[in-house]
Design a protein around this ligand. Structure first.
Ligand code: MBD
Ligand code: FE
Length: 284
């Protein structure tokens, strides 16, 4: 009696309702998703109120999102999903021992329309009110197998200001502040001025922040600079680099830190524009 209260056959029925025109990948993904979500509900004896709270959170995330804010992605980030997908992708791609530069997640503040700047440019167009620390960032892009420098590769970077806000979140910053796209020169070099990045909280006024507080977690990310490096004929690289001195390296709210992506800012001499320097080579 009552054996069908949590009968897993119900789950099979739902999965088997898919028709023959579904693609094999869609069938696999939806079958897995339905199975795990049903198991989650059964294992936890999910209540109607708890399920509806989840639905409300999804709707809230959708309502908050526009071209300046991607709350659905941020919710995935705080439960580690974007970092897990990144790890799966990188691990599957990493055949060789001397691998290309490690990947990290894109995050919600990338802008596809970032303009090119000349090497040597200063991406700090709106100076932070508290000054911030200026750094000269430079390096080369290499082919990881041949070790040859790549000429004409694109290196795109973006970072938050010292108030913890990316340009599109902050009416005080000019458009594309702290963003730039650079082409490597004849020696494969890129170089520009930026800020030493500072730790900051992910936006916590929406469902992602609500989830963090319900899980008794802080919203902080360690100081980082985002990088996308591309060159025709190579797998595009999306990554982030992290300041070794940051106190949140071991507890990033979105779980993106990898050891090989931790870098050292060092003192720079005889440059009136920057007292710090960061050398970072990218291997594609
Ligand atoms: C960020 O700045 C970020 O880089 C990621 C991955 C998630 C939230 C805020
Ligand atoms: Fe970021």
């Amino acid at each position: 009696m009552a054996t069908h209260r949590f009968d897993p056959k119900f789950t099979d029925n739902v999965i088997n309702a898919m028709g023959p025109k579904t693609s094999p990948r869609m069938r696999q993904l939806m079958a897995g998703l339905i199975r795990h979500v049903h198991d989650f509900a059964r294992e936890n004896e999910l209540t109607v109120d708890e399920w509806m709270a989840g639905v409300k959170m999804l709707n809230w995330a959708g309502q908050m999102s526009d071209d300046k804010r991607n709350e659905g992605q941020l919710v995935c980030d705080v439960i580690g999903l974007e970092s897990l997908v990144d790890e799966i992708t990188f691990t599957l791609a990493e055949e060789a021992k001397d691998a290309p530069t490690a990947t990290a997640i894109l995050g919600p503040f990338f802008r596809a329309d970032t303009p090119y700047r000349e090497n040597g440019a200063d991406i700090v167009v709106t100076k932070p009110k508290d000054g911030g620390e200026m750094a000269f960032m430079h390096g080369r892009v290499f082919d990881f197998e041949t070790k040859k420098p790549l000429v004409g590769a694109d290196v795109e970077v973006w970072q938050a200001s010292t108030n913890g806000l990316y340009e599109q979140q902050d009416p005080e910053q000019v458009e594309f502040n702290l963003r730039g796209k650079f082409k490597t020169d004849a020696e494969g070099r890129y170089y520009f001025y930026c800020l030493r990045p500072t730790p900051y909280p992910v936006p916590d006024d929406g469902p992602a922040g609500k989830l963090l507080s319900l899980m008794d977690r802080h919203p902080f990310r360690p100081a980082h600079i985002h990088i996308i490096a591309t060159k025709e004929g190579y797998r595009p690289l999306t990554t982030q680099i992290f300041d070794r001195k940051d106190k949140y390296l071991d507890n990033d709210s979105v779980f993106a830190v990898k050891d090989s992506l931790v870098v050292d800012f060092v003192p720079r001499k005889d440059d009136p524009k920057a007292a710090l320097e960061l050398e970072y080579d990218v291997k594609l």
